[in-house]
Design a protein. Structure first.
Length: 104
């Protein structure tokens, strides 16, 4: 896999930005720029925030919040799955122990 950095031009809020990234992350960078552009346009169109800098900060805060929420939900589900797996593992161990006792 080629990890050599390549220049990628992305367009956010009608402005072009040239960003260098590893070649294998090019598509991800373009998708990230699209997501940021969409979020910034939503904020701008709401007319609650004025100024590109403020719009960018609000978009960054919204995206960071969404990321943290997703991470928290993932941790919640991971904890639940881990608990279920331990419960099943205990049941299997108990069943095996009882089975060995019956053999004696």
């Amino acid at each position: 896999m080629n990890n050599e950095s390549v220049p990628v031009t992305v367009r956010i809020m009608d402005k072009e930005f040239c960003v260098s990234c590893p070649n294998d992350q090019r598509d991800s960078l373009i998708e990230s720029a699209r997501m940021l552009d969409k979020k910034m346009r939503e904020i701008r169109d709401s007319r609650k925030v004025i100024g590109t800098d403020r719009i960018a900060v609000m978009a960054a805060l919204n995206i960071a919040h969404e990321l943290l929420e997703t991470s928290t939900q993932k941790d919640f589900y991971d904890d639940g799955f881990n608990s279920r797996i331990k419960n099943i593992q205990n049941k299997v161990e108990n069943a095996l122990f009882k089975s060995k006792q019956l053999e004696f």
